[in-house]
Design a protein around this ligand. Structure first.
Ligand code: NAD
Length: 789
């Protein structure tokens, strides 16, 4: 090619970044790596190894040790030994270490970037300008949290030893998202990087040594899924933090059920990219490039479903096809390419198969004609049109540079299409009309919503999903809670009642025969089974018979709650507060009756029973007070954007109340849940349900909308299992024994509902910081709104 040809074609030549420093670093380790444990490298003599390769060329980079159960044991022991002093190390000292880590990564930023691109195949432009700067930002940001953790979270403490398992798509960034908050909060960690991309995590081990981090605070064990499984199930681990596929997330939910381990899951996604007719189409085209061709589409929150207003869809498709042709695909270390290599051959095969399936199901496949390198694992930028909402490619995560397009006519149709997925990680909305954009943002089931932007991240802003995209947040204040737990506190003493006390409790139950029923959709309902359960006093006296609920009753209750949930969520917090006060007021008016019931059921003294009722009234008032005060935040990120973090109701909550205190135990669950806008299905104490069943008379007179509170008494374990397995229940709280916790956590793996289990061995769970109850009752959505005239 002559200069004259080049002048006319304006083609870019290769601009390779040198791999020499990274190759030298690999050579300095003889291209064989052990595990980083207790501040030293462990090279077990007879250990199995596996190779990590450069996906751009297929070249061998290094051999990596396969961690077994023994290595996991060694690492967890080191983390346990380090925990005692690290968790007591002052926040300021922890901040200094995190600051030093940030500074050291900054000093070696290019080495990290080159190593990342070599190991993962991502363009050096992205690892250099996006991944590594975000890693550094994360450690800086969390140095700050370490510094102020004591004053900002006075009721909380570190969780303990954290097992952290991460994927291959952003290897060092995922490490930073895990390790920085864990250390800031005073935890120690054992991290397992993905088997395809372990190198930057191993280099990070050297940084830990260089900054003098106490031995055992950070441990890195390499290996595949079996190593991850051994780590997650190790009894010395107090918390499992996982980022990866929904499939493995479900395995971990089941494997940790009943262990008492805290769990956060950052899973897959199928995020919508919604384009309204008034959007700036040129900006949209670049937005799609960022949404789905960034990192070869191997991004959990990639905008892979293009939903366009049908009026502009043809023009948008035309412009996208033109832009696709200009994208360059090539060696990750070439500074002027747009897309690098797919991480591994297996992943490339999966992308090819899914695209072929899409075409077989009727999609039209448009691909860039760009030249692909002959070696390595490459896939061209791809757009699939003529795709129906139920098509495999519209529902399954492809995890490659493939976007599918569909059209809509109205904003409500766009919302319905966008939410038509089992996932709920992120969404992108394009419109110049801020009213439309924010209205739609509020209706989307997604943890992150980008308006007129896509794939923007920052350490100050929480990231995480709704539904089967998992639970928990990473980044910001909301993310730090994942590495904290409430400090143990004794239950507060019961207050002194302010109403007249019934002196002969059991006499209250004599007279006209009463059969408390179920309470579903604002009405008393007879049990489907046609059976009743006997409620006895502690002395064995028959007090009453109550309807015996079964799975059909629960199905009706969940339907009623679902029907009520969206209206209740839209009810203003001011109105919810008024209703909660009103419940308290009406309960007070009947305080003596409730006290009699409690005294008879539990054999309490009149003073104790009345104290419990008084505490219930306080609970209603407390929830009412908080209803309009647990509000959102605006995060400070380095971007010209307002990042609004808003707490949203989760939806339909199942609540499993403790045996005792039967009424206060139920009210302490119901009040914060409905204050935050959720609808609930409550399974009351199996042996003492009378107090709660009496409550429906109060609910009927307190303007509580039908279906917001539903009560189904019956065999607690059977009903719990049904609620846990119910796909339309979004979260489940239970106060009970270890057996109940195991049941709740294991059976909820199906739709990955959020769970919150507390022990009823003592009443101490009633001392849970109120903010924790509210936090458990909401999911945080971060809405990014960029600005600029
Ligand atoms: P993966 O689930 O196969 O593997 C993730 C990690 O889990 C790896 O380290 C792997 O070795 C380990 N693992 C595999 N089986 C295990 C088991 N049984 N027990 C314990 N650990 C096990 O996922 P992947 O293919 O590496 O990554 C891609 C997935 O990650 C995609 O679904 C993507 O959406 C998701 N992801 C999510 C986020 C997020 O923040 N939500 C971020 C990045 C990636």
């Amino acid at each position: 090619m002559t200069i004259n040809d080049l002048f006319h074609s304006m083609a870019l030549g290769p601009a390779p970044e040198s791999a020499a420093p990274a190759q030298q670093w690999l050579d300095s380790h003889q291209r064989r790596f052990g595990h980083y444990i207790n501040g030293t490298w462990q090279h077990p003599a007879d250990t199995a190894t596996f190779a990590t390769i450069n996906p751009s060329t297929g070249a061998h980079l290094a051999d990596i040790a396969q961690g077994d159960a023994q290595m996991v044991e060694t690492a967890v022991t080191a983390a346990t030994q380090a925990l005692a002093s690290w968790s007591q190390t002052s926040g300021h000292v922890r901040a200094r270490y995190l600051y030093a880590i940030a500074r050291h990564i900054q000093k070696h930023a290019r080495l990290f970037a080159v190593l990342e691109s070599l190991d993962n195949g991502k363009p050096i432009r992205e690892s250099r300008d996006i991944d590594i700067p975000l890693v550094i930002r994360h450690f800086y940001h969390h140095a700050g949290w370490a510094q102020i953790a004591d004053s900002e979270f006075p009721d909380y403490q570190a969780v303990g030893v954290c097992a952290q398992i991460i994927p291959w798509n952003f290897p060092l960034l995922m490490l930073a998202w895990k390790i920085a908050p864990a250390l800031a909060a005073g935890n120690t960690v054992v991290l397992k990087p993905a088997e395809w991309t372990p190198l930057t995590a191993l280099l990070f081990g050297e940084i830990c040594t260089a900054v003098g981090l106490p031995a055992g605070v950070v441990n890195i064990v390499t290996g595949d899924g079996a190593t991850g499984a051994a780590l997650a199930k190790h009894p010395g681990v107090h918390k499992v933090a996982f980022t990866g596929s929904t499939e493995v997330g479900r395995i971990l939910r089941t494997a940790t059920a009943g262990s008492g381990k805290k769990l956060s899951l950052e899973l897959g996604g199928k995020s919508p990219f919604i384009v309204f007719a008034d959007a700036d189409l040129d900006a949209v085209v670049e937005g799609v490039v960022d949404a789905v061709w960034f990192n070869q589409g191997q991004v959990c929150c990639a905008g892979t479903r293009l939903l366009a207003d049908e009026r502009i869809a043809p023009e948008l498709t035309k412009r996208l096809l033109r832009r696709m042709q200009t994208l360059r695909v090539g060696d990750a270390l070439d500074k002027s390419i747009d897309m690098g290599a797919i991480v591994a051959e297996r992943q490339l095969t999966r992308i090819r198969e899914l695209v072929a399936q899409g075409v077989a199901e009727g999609a039209t496949c448009h691909q860039s004609d760009c030249a692909l390198p002959e070696q390595g694992y490459f896939f061209p930028p791809t757009l699939l049109t003529n795709v129906g909402p139920a098509a495999t490619v519209a529902q399954e995560e492809i995890f490659g540079p493939v976007i599918v397009s569909m059209t809509f006519r109205t904003p409500s149709e766009a919302v319905a299409l966008a939410n038509n997925t089992r996932y709920g990680l992120a969404a992108s909305i394009w419109s110049q009309n801020v009213d439309v954009a924010l209205d739609v943002a509020n209706q989307l089931k997604a943890g992150v919503v980008w308006i007129n932007s896509s794939n923007v991240f920052d350490a100050a802003s929480g990231f995480g999903g709704y539904r089967e995209s998992g639970f928990g947040r990473e980044g910001g204040r909301e993310g730090l809670y994942e590495y904290l737990k409430p400090k143990p506190r004794p239950a507060p003493p019961l207050p002194v009642a302010s109403f007249r006390i019934c002196e002969a409790p059991e006499s209250h139950l004599v007279g006209v025969d009463r059969t408390p029923k179920l309470y579903i959709g604002g009405k008393q309902a007879r049990p489907d089974s046609g059976y009743s359960r006997v409620v006895n006093s502690p002395s064995g006296r028959r007090l009453a018979e109550v309807g015996d609920g079964n799975r059909k009753d629960l199905r009706n209750a969940v339907e009623a709650a679902r029907a009520a949930a969206s209206g209740w969520a839209k009810t203003t917090a001011h109105t919810r507060a008024q209703i909660l006060y009103y419940i308290g007021e009406n309960m007070y008016a009947r305080g003596g009756d409730f006290a009699c019931l409690l005294a008879a059921q539990h054999g309490l003294t009149a003073t104790q029973a009345a104290g419990e009722v008084e505490a219930c009234i306080e609970q209603w008032f407390h929830a009412a007070a908080w209803a309009d005060k647990y509000d959102g935040m605006v995060h400070h990120t380095p971007h010209r954007a307002v990042v609004m973090a808003t707490p949203e109701p989760i939806g339909v909550l199942g609540l499993i109340a403790p045996t005792a205190p039967s009424l206060l135990g139920s009210v302490a669950l119901i009040a914060p849940a409905i204050a935050m806008g959720n609808a609930v299905v409550v399974v009351p104490s199996q042996t003492a349900p009378l107090g709660l069943l009496e409550l429906y008379q109060v609910l009927d007179t307190s303007d509580v909308p039908a279906g917001v509170i539903n009560i189904v008494p019956g065999a607690q374990h059977t009903l719990t299992k049904t609620l846990a397995e119910h796909a339309d229940v979004d979260a489940l709280w239970a106060v009970g024994d270890a057996e109940l916790h195991t049941l709740v956590e294991r059976a909820s793996a199906g739709n990955l509902k959020r769970t919150w289990c507390r022990s009823d061995a003592t009443s101490d769970w009633l001392a849970t910081p109120y903010r924790e109850s509210l936090r458990q009752a909401v999911q945080w959505k971060n809405i990014w709104v960029p600005y600029g005239a």
